[in-house]
Design a protein around this ligand. Structure first.
Ligand SMILES: NC(=O)c1ccc[n+]([C@@H]2O[C@H](COP(=O)([O-])OP(=O)(O)OC[C@H]3O[C@@H](n4cnc5c(N)ncnc54)[C@H](OP(=O)(O)O)[C@@H]3O)[C@@H](O)[C@H]2O)c1
Length: 246
């Protein structure tokens, strides 16, 4: 990755922070984007550049993308990672909350992709879309979140079909539950209490798999053996999976 220009959204926390550090350690010039200035500043000395950007605000994306392209001239990798969760029953999910979630997890990712797409195409670069296993199948109390991640995966698969012949790659990453403040940020502070047997993987593990996925331009990276087995089972016998759901 030496001297490759890598842009990571949501670099102020969790998976994005770990991924930004992993690319920096691999020799890339990493630009970390996020909203929270204080959290971003903690990353500043380890990355080439940090900039504030809110994926729900088009003008903020324009300013950040212009600053990156002015400074480096191009980018090689975009890790679209910024995302939020919403974990309540469908009956309690207000339409406005669903729209807010889609604004970040789907439209936000699309906006950031479009801001860098000319550069990625010109350089035959790599777009990494941090989706989720919740984009592959359904989970209770995840209707809005699953909808946003399914939309992201469908959109990204179609984009790959357009970009592939032009030499640019799309890597779709599907982590299971990861040990980050994600559920706390979503207001689901009892997540760990509700799932005492669930082993949370580390954000560093996701970062390592993202790096490998970029190096090998993998189509889809499902993180962890449990998630791979459950997804395979879902594909071949979805009814059986209902019985082993934890
Ligand atoms: N943790 C999990 O279990 C898990 C599992 C599967 C997939 N994922 C996905 O992984 C990605 C990262 O999640 P995480 O676990 O690292 O969560 P996290 O620790 O809560 O980090 C989320 C990041 O997204 C950024 N972000 C949120 N809204 C934004 C906005 N409007 N504009 C710009 N940045 C925004 C946050 O920035 P600020 O802090 O600066 O606001 C933060 O850096 C998400 O897309 C999530 O859906 C997570």
């Amino acid at each position: 990755m030496r001297d490759q220009v890598v842009v990571v959204t949501g670099a102020s926390s969790g998976i994005g922070a770990a991924t930004a550090l992993a690319f920096a350690q691999a020799g890339a010039k990493v630009v970390g984007l996020g909203r929270d200035q204080a959290r971003l500043q903690k990353m500043a000395e380890k990355l080439d550049l940090v900039l504030t950007m809110d994926v729900t605000r088009p003008e903020s994306i324009e300013i950040a993308a212009a600053a990156v392209l002015d400074r480096y001239g191009h980018i090689d990798v975009l890790v679209n990672n910024a995302g939020v969760g919403l974990f309540v029953e469908e009956a309690e999910t207000e339409e406005e909350a669903l729209r807010d979630l889609m604004e970040v997890n789907f439209f936000g990712m699309r906006r950031v992709t479009r801001a860098f797409s000319a550069s990625l195409l010109e350089n035959k670069g790599v777009l990494v879309q941090v989706a989720s296993v919740a984009g592959l199948r359904g989970y209770a109390r995840h209707t809005a979140y699953c909808a946003s991640k399914h939309a992201l995966i469908g959109w990204s698969e179609a984009l790959r079909a357009e970009w592939g012949p032009k030499g640019a790659s799309v890597v779709i990453v599907c982590p299971p539950a990861i040990d980050t403040p994600f559920f706390d940020h979503a207001g689901y502070t009892d997540f760990r209490k509700d799932h005492p047997r669930l082993h949370l993987l580390s954000p560093e593990r996701v970062a390592a798999e993202i790096l490998d996925g970029v190096r090998h331009r993998r189509h889809r990276v499902i993180i962890g053996l449990r998630a791979k087995v459950l997804y395979t089972l879902f594909c071949v016998a979805p009814g059986m999976l209902e019985r082993v759901r934890g």
